[in-house]
Ligand binder design. Structure first.
Ligand code: CTP
Length: 436
């Protein structure tokens, strides 16, 4: 309950991202905050006052000329009785009005009538975000002390792509926690996360690779960063944007990935989610290999790539305190994963079924089993983001066990499977988890 007793005035402006504000309310409330919502006129075109009120468990304010509202709670009191005002989504329109002080409806009037701190989560088309007017308005607001989270890059509602997506509700909740100096259980901790495939050149045109979208690894890196960790994401070629708030090193081959991970050491935790190509071509051709009629395919002499997970797991002063691998399996998922954990010497393995029926590759959901030296936990089917949040919470519980964060609380209440449901305990091995 990192936000216990905190009063948030949430202004929902008129953008498609307004639907995410419902989830934001839930995230803030489950952290103990009370959320008093104001919907702008345009906001009401995207979410209804009834839906917002049902989730906020509060009256929703919409109209500055409502006598009932004014007698219950004047708009000046509404604006002042908040520890933080959050504008999410913050459209180009409301940012412009805030910048010049236009007070043409309840939301904008409250923003002018307050001296409370304000956090905005911009959301708009990327051209609007990059427009000189919006850039200037945002600069004015930031110079005035308005805080900002996002926008993120990625697919936008209109089918285009670029910066303009509202930050995810969990990111906004984390920014609210950070504002109040709470909820950063991994502050001061460092993490290395590998993600995506590696490409091993055959020639300048062709390569060997494993299937991987990078979605799970990127989500884990972002989840650790949200909990305050200093994260280095070492990513193979993916179509994903670099997540905000962390350092991304883009590489091509397994050997580059190992070099980047080694240079990011020391770290408190390493999570190897990359689908590293097991082999590389011994001597990639400098020019494109041409097909010679009748000669058949060229022989490829392969060498084994370094195993990054195994290398990071080697005992020694630079070994991260917690090393976590993934096991991509198509059969006997848990048994193979448990064997892989012992073979590679890592502490935990997140086992997932990557058979085509499971739809894990490229999909947004994952069904995983967490294999530790205490046994196996079966997690329900979750979005990759939820898997990332749960894993980050578990990591926080190990690296910052005294933290009062809800991440750690989540780890002990919702995430951790009770000992009774742990199954197939693995062979006891040297106790690496919890080592100083
Ligand atoms: N891994 C790694 N470096 C490699 C190969 C794998 O760091 N050269 C890591 C992956 O990031 C993952 C774990 O090892 O965390 C297991 O990867 P997986 O592909 O499931 O297993 P492999 O080691 O390739 O074993 P196999 O192909 O026999 O299943």
């Amino acid at each position: 309950m990192t936000l216990l007793g905190k009063r948030i005035l949430l202004i929902i402006a008129g953008g498609i991202a307004a639907y995410k504000s419902l989830d934001l309310i839930r995230r803030l409330r489950e952290r103990g905050a009370s959320v008093r919502p104001i919907l702008t006129r345009a906001g009401q075109q995207f979410v209804t006052p009834l839906a917002v009120s049902a989730i906020a468990h509060q009256k929703v304010y919409t109209d500055i000329f409502s006598l009932t509202d004014e007698s219950e709670m004047g708009h000046l009191r509404l604006a002042q009785e908040a520890d933080l005002i959050v504008v999410a989504p913050a459209t180009a329109d409301i940012l412009a009005k805030m910048a010049v002080g236009i007070a043409d409806e309840l939301a904008t009037t409250a923003l002018v009538a307050t001296d409370r701190p304000v956090l905005v989560a911009p959301a708009m088309n990327f051209r609007m975000w990059r427009h000189a007017a919006t850039v200037a308005n945002m600069a004015v607001l930031e110079a005035r002390g308005v805080r900002r989270i996002g926008p993120n890059s990625g697919a936008l509602a209109e089918g285009e792509s670029g910066p303009g997506r509202m930050a995810e509700p969990l990111e906004i909740a984390a920014a609210v926690e950070a504002f109040f100096g709470r909820g950063s259980p991994l502050a001061g901790r460092t993490a290395i996360v590998t993600s995506g495939p590696t490409h091993e050149a055959i020639d300048p045109v062709r390569y060997i690779a494993n299937r991987s979208s990078g979605k799970q690894g990127h989500a884990i890196a972002a989840a650790l960063a949200r909990l305050g960790a200093k994260v280095t994401l070492v990513s193979g070629p993916t179509a994903l944007p670099d997540p905000p708030g962390l350092t991304t090193i883009r590489i091509e081959s397994a050997r580059d990935m190992l070099a980047a991970c080694s240079s990011a050491l020391p770290a408190d935790v390493a999570v190897c989610a990359a689908a590293v190509a097991d082999w590389r071509v011994d001597q990639p051709a400098r020019g494109k290999i041409k097909k010679v009629p009748g000669a058949g395919p060229p022989p490829l002499v392969l060498s084994e790539n370094p195993d990054i997970l195994q290398t990071l797991s080697e005992p020694g002063a630079r070994r991260p305190r917690l090393v976590i691998g993934f096991a991509a399996e198509t059969a006997q998922v848990v048994r193979n994963a448990a064997a892989k954990r012992l073979k590679k010497g890592c502490d935990w393995i997140v086992a997932n079924d990557v058979s085509p029926e499971a739809g894990t590759f490229g999909g947004d959901a994952n069904t995983v089993h967490l294999v530790t030296d205490a046994g196996v936990e079966d997690w329900p089917r979750l979005s990759k983001q939820e898997v990332a949040d749960r894993l980050a919470a578990r990591i926080a519980a190990v690296l910052a066990p005294d933290s009062q964060s809800d991440a750690a609380a989540m780890s002990s209440s919702k995430v951790a499977i009770k000992p009774s449901s742990l199954r197939r305990p693995a062979r006891p091995r040297r106790g690496v988890i919890g080592r100083a």
